[in-house]
Design a protein. Structure first.
Length: 418
């Protein structure tokens, strides 16, 4: 791959060219020159866009694509196309497929479907067999096949001894264990946050206590066992407090928050729109404010789109019976830019890489090119025309977002949006 990128503003705190506008010459996938003006040495492809900005490639720690088993929701190939068009050069794919990804062969299959793509797919293996929460899955075998973490997506490990054993066992090969933050016996049959809005709407609520108890339990177990723990998609202020304290104790714990939990509150559910039925549920403004502050100061380690495509049969039904989840890759950048500065947005979109085994690739001479190309200033109303996913369950539909993604260059491949 030989290309010349013209007049790109580099947003990369690890680069010596950070916050400057440069031409970038890339030969055989490696940056060979960065300067204010570079003449095309041959007939290399030139890449030029209005108000072009570039950063290290973005990473999403929680996406679901459906394949195998739920191809009507989305496929791996189209999911990776969606990720590329949304600016992500790497994504970690959850195991909530049919069959559940819980063996060496399953990880190998996923990797084969994602081979030779601009986007790097990192498979997450199930923590327990079939994600039933009863017996540990083949963690070491999946690790040798390329699994980057172990997680029963959106399912609680109710047995604390099982979680204890998982942390102890995975620590033998530096494995990352993920635990969904919800105590099911407290959550009960709730379908939204337990608060004023749930009372007004007559819907059963999920108390914040359900998340607080599970996070506290898992942190106690981590302190006892050691190992590496990741708590995905926290949603309440109390979780932030608990994780802050755990980090002060030097426990090896990280956490993420879904972008929609930074943007919306449970007040948006007044019209029973099932696009807003997500798990963890949308919480209060107090929680949103605490989560945003925690992203700013680093207590929350990464943000995720928590991209979950669902077919219309699972969403266009009564609220009580609708499935949890929303697509989010296509809207991720634009939504974050309405909350944070461009610099902070890029920081949180690249910060989770090391935790999931990806190397940082600063935009410096001699490094392989792994970048996202974007315009941070354009505003638009997110609509169905912006959706590439096969499923259209978009929580951000009709929201005014900020920022346009031009594409990615990664794995020695160029992917540019039309």
């Amino acid at each position: 791959m030989n290309i010349l990128i013209k007049s790109a503003t580099i947003i990369d705190s690890k680069s010596e060219f950070h916050n400057t506008t440069q031409d970038i010459l890339v030969e055989n996938g490696v940056i060979t020159k960065i300067a204010k003006a570079i003449k095309n040495p041959k007939t290399y492809q030139e890449i030029t866009f209005e108000n072009l900005h570039i950063s290290q490639g973005w990473f999403d720690s929680s996406v679901s694509f459906g394949e195998p088993g739920f191809e009507e929701r989305d496929t791996i190939v189209n999911g990776l196309k969606t990720a590329a068009a949304s600016g992500f050069t790497a994504v970690a794919m959850n195991a909530n497929t049919n069959p559940v990804i819980d063996s060496n062969a399953d990880i190998t299959f996923v990797n084969s479907k994602a081979a030779n793509h601009a986007v790097t797919l990192l498979p997450i293996g199930a923590l327990t067999n079939c994600s039933k929460g009863e017996d540990l899955a083949e963690l070491f075998d999946m690790n040798t096949a390329g699994a980057v973490a172990f997680y029963d997506y959106k399912k609680t490990i109710s047995n604390p001894n099982l979680m204890k054993i998982a942390l102890q066992y995975a620590s033998n090969f530096d494995g990352l264990v993920c635990s969904f933050p919800q105590e099911n016996k407290i959550a009960g049959n709730g379908v939204m946050n337990e608060h004023i809005t749930s009372t007004k709407l007559g819907l059963k609520g999920i108390p914040a206590l359900a998340e607080e108890m599970q996070v506290a339990r898992d942190l106690f177990l981590l302190e006892y066992t050691g190992g590496k723990l990741h708590i995905p998609t926290i949603s309440i202020a109390k979780s932030v407090e608990l994780i802050r304290e755990a980090k002060k104790k030097k426990l090896d714990v990280t956490c993420s928050v879904a972008i929609h939990n930074l943007y919306f509150t449970d007040a948006r559910l007044t019209d029973f729109n099932t696009h807003f039925k997500v798990l963890p549920p949308l919480r209060t403004q107090t929680d949103v404010d605490a989560l945003i502050e925690a992203v700013k100061d680093g207590a929350i380690d990464m943000v995720t789109s928590d991209h979950t495509p669902l077919d219309i049969e699972h969403k266009k039904i009564e609220f009580d019976y609708a499935a949890y989840g929303s697509i989010g890759l296509e809207s991720a950048f634009g939504a974050l830019q309405t909350i944070f500065t461009t610099k902070k947005t890029i920081e949180v979109l690249t910060k989770g890489k090391l935790r999931f085994g990806l190397e940082q690739t600063p935009i410096n001479i001699g490094n392989k090119l792994n970048i996202t190309l974007f315009n941070p200033d354009s505003k638009y109303i997110f609509s169905i025309k912006n959706i590439i996913s096969k499923s259209k369950n978009a929580i951000f539909e009709n929201e005014t977002l900020k920022g346009k993604v031009y594409g990615i260059i990664s794995n020695n491949k160029v992917f540019l949006n039309p």
